[in-house]
Write a new protein. Structure first.
Lengths: 106, 345
């Protein structure tokens, strides 16, 4: 079972058992994780599921695609470890993944 | 004087639910005008996911958001709906009585409407510009901070800062540069998703020193009494830079906000409009709500539910448009009168 920890902008951590194959965004919504809006429902079309990937994990989650980078232009406080969580698929390799949510999704 | 249009029904929102409602109303000889804040039909399907496949439209194994919109437009063509794009419905006034309601609708810049029923098919609300979360930005909105350009004159002779990397940001950089005293384009990275020819034109202006291109994000605003004087740019290495700025135009795309719907006297439940699940009428007789914006026990935010809701709402709308007239239910497969309306006989 793959575990993901979401840390909200107040610093509160919530760890869930994630479903493999689904995205980090979908797992968040399914588990009622706050601060992830996902307005477009996972279409890489809105930048409201913005997360900061924990430094240790940046290598494993990979880089944002060109389309994702374009959408990140619509996010706020974008950092080098910014990703859209709808574009990160959960794999066994990501067991223990930690992501932090920004204080605003737009 | 703005034009005033009299019609049977005004549909607020030209997404899939609003478009299909035109069909169901049309079969009952009810005319409709559609109003949408976006510049095109389709709502979220067109704005958020035109190329994304949808798998749960009955009868279609798979079709894209735009394909669905195009198919709906073809389907409702026989009913000649009138579209009013780029307009926000600002006010909805109830004129008649509960038994014979009528409504007056005022839009942001277009015509006003008088109608016998209103169908709110506004999805998640209206698409409005996203506001960057910069502390104190509200104090400058409308005086120094603008989310769209209405009059170039507002920017003439000013220090202008535009934020963004898409077509809006680049187009206005090119258009405002001649009028502005000085223009700075701020973007978070040195890649622009705008059309290549405008990116090229922008880079030429920057190379010639006629605009400044700065990479980073706006972190703070300085000014007083609604008048900006400078903005603080934070670059990728954490360095801070002050840029003189009297006019700031952030382009961060669109988001859905319930907007003026909240002021129409409708009951609201967590930003959704409760309806009777048999008629999809709201607490105000003559105002209906269909699609993602409504709420009733068992509600699912599916396009197919929006279609169903439009069909049922049309039955009740009929009685407001044709009071006292009996409505006989007919099938498009067998009714020659329906087929005549569809232009297929």
């Amino acid at each position: 079972m793959v575990k993901i920890t979401y840390i909200d902008s107040f610093g509160e951590a919530r760890t869930i058992e994630a479903q493999e194959g689904a995205t980090v965004m979908e797992n968040a919504i399914r588990n009622a994780i706050p601060e992830i809006t996902a307005e477009c429902g996972g279409g890489c079309a809105c930048a409201t599921c913005h997360v900061y990937v924990g430094e240790k994990w940046v290598g494993r989650t990979g880089k944002a695609s060109d389309q994702e980078e374009d959408m990140l232009d619509f996010a706020y406080k974008v950092q080098p470890n910014s990703r859209l969580s709808c574009q990160i698929k959960v794999t066994p390799d990501l067991d223990g993944l930690v992501v932090t949510t920004p204080d605003r999704q737009g | 004087m703005r034009e005033s249009i009299t019609t049977d029904v005004v549909i607020v929102g030209a997404g899939p639910a609003g478009l299909f409602a035109v069909f169901e109303l049309g079969l009952l000889d009810i005319n409709a005008h559609l109003i949408d804040i976006l510049p095109m039909p389709g709502g979220q399907c067109a704005e958020l996911y035109p190329e994304k496949p949808i798998y749960d439209i009955p009868g279609f194994q798979k079709l894209s958001g735009q394909e669905l919109v195009d198919a709906l437009l073809r389907q409702i063509k026989p009913f000649h709906p009138s579209f009013h794009y780029g307009e926000l419905v600002e006010a909805l006034e109830v004129l008649g009585s509960a038994e014979a309601p009528s409504f007056r609708i005022r839009t942001s810049g277009g015509p006003s409407f008088e109608c016998k029923a209103v169908i709110v098919a506004a999805g998640g609300g209206s698409f409005q510009p996203k506001k960057p979360p910069i502390a104190g930005i509200e104090a400058y909105e409308g005086t120094s901070v603008f989310y769209a350009v209405r009059k170039i004159e507002d920017f003439r002779g000013k220090h202008v800062v535009i934020v963004g990397g898409g077509d809006s940001a680049l187009d206005w950089t090119l258009n405002l540069q001649p009028a502005a005293k000085h223009l700075t384009l701020v973007h978070r990275r040195d890649d622009f998703r705008a059309a290549p020819h405008s990116v090229k034109a922008m880079r030429e202006l920057a190379a010639a020193g006629r605009i400044d291109l700065r990479l980073g994000q706006i972190a703070a605003l300085t000014g007083e009494a609604g008048e900006l004087s400078c903005v603080t740019l934070k670059d990728a290495t954490g360095g801070s830079h002050e840029i003189p700025c009297q006019r700031l135009i952030p382009f961060f795309g669109l988001t859905m906000k319930l907007g003026p719907v909240a002021g129409w006297g409708l009951n609201l439940h967590e930003n959704l409009v409760p309806v009777d699940a048999g008629t999809f009428e709201t607490n105000v007789p003559g105002i209906f709500a269909i699609g993602d914006i409504n709420h009733y026990p068992g509600k699912l935010k599916l396009i197919l539910c929006g279609f169903h809701e439009g069909a049922l709402a049309a039955q009740k709308v009929y009685h407001y448009v044709y009071p006292g007239k009996r409505l006989t239910f007919q099938y498009t497969t067998s009714s020659t009168s329906l087929q005549k309306k569809l232009g297929v006989t």
